[in-house]
Design a protein around this ligand. Structure first.
Ligand SMILES: [Zn+2]
Length: 62
Protein backbone atom coordinates (compact mmCIF):
# COMPACT_ATOMS: atom_id res chain seq x y z
CA UNK A 1 0.00 0.00 0.00
CA UNK A 2 1.15 3.52 -0.69
CA UNK A 3 1.05 6.65 1.34
CA UNK A 4 0.79 10.14 -0.01
CA UNK A 5 4.14 11.80 0.36
CA UNK A 6 4.09 15.33 1.67
CA UNK A 7 3.99 17.98 -0.97
CA UNK A 8 7.24 18.58 -2.73
CA UNK A 9 8.98 21.58 -1.30
CA UNK A 10 9.67 24.49 -3.59
CA UNK A 11 12.96 26.21 -2.95
CA UNK A 12 13.49 29.82 -3.95
CA UNK A 13 17.19 30.60 -4.34
CA UNK A 14 18.59 33.86 -3.03
CA UNK A 15 21.97 35.52 -3.22
CA UNK A 16 23.47 37.75 -0.55
CA UNK A 17 25.63 40.51 -1.98
CA UNK A 18 28.17 42.24 0.21
CA UNK A 19 30.33 45.29 -0.35
CA UNK A 20 34.05 44.73 0.18
CA UNK A 21 34.46 48.23 1.53
CA UNK A 22 31.48 49.24 3.67
CA UNK A 23 30.10 45.73 4.23
CA UNK A 24 26.62 46.73 3.15
CA UNK A 25 24.63 43.61 2.37
CA UNK A 26 21.73 43.13 0.07
CA UNK A 27 19.55 40.14 -0.47
CA UNK A 28 18.21 39.49 -3.91
CA UNK A 29 16.85 36.67 -6.00
CA UNK A 30 19.38 34.30 -7.42
CA UNK A 31 20.09 34.87 -11.10
CA UNK A 32 21.55 32.51 -13.66
CA UNK A 33 25.33 32.52 -13.56
CA UNK A 34 25.57 33.63 -9.94
CA UNK A 35 28.21 32.02 -7.76
CA UNK A 36 29.84 32.78 -4.43
CA UNK A 37 32.68 35.36 -4.65
CA UNK A 38 31.44 36.65 -7.99
CA UNK A 39 31.91 40.40 -8.35
CA UNK A 40 28.60 41.83 -9.45
CA UNK A 41 29.38 45.52 -9.62
CA UNK A 42 30.23 48.67 -7.72
CA UNK A 43 28.69 49.52 -4.40
CA UNK A 44 26.08 52.23 -4.65
CA UNK A 45 26.21 53.00 -0.92
CA UNK A 46 29.85 54.02 -0.63
CA UNK A 47 30.76 54.32 -4.33
CA UNK A 48 34.07 52.75 -3.46
CA UNK A 49 33.87 49.06 -2.80
CA UNK A 50 32.93 46.23 -5.06
CA UNK A 51 29.84 44.14 -4.54
CA UNK A 52 30.55 40.46 -4.21
CA UNK A 53 28.19 37.56 -3.70
CA UNK A 54 28.95 36.27 -0.24
CA UNK A 55 26.31 33.63 0.10
CA UNK A 56 23.79 31.71 -1.96
CA UNK A 57 21.03 29.84 -0.27
CA UNK A 58 17.51 28.61 -0.78
CA UNK A 59 14.35 29.40 1.13
CA UNK A 60 11.43 27.10 1.00
CA UNK A 61 8.30 28.67 -0.37
CA UNK A 62 5.20 28.26 1.74
ZN1 LIG B 1 30.05 49.91 -0.06
Amino acid sequence: MTFLRKKQEVIDPYAIEQCSSCNATKKRKFADGDYVFKITGKCTSCNNGQIMISKIYGESVK
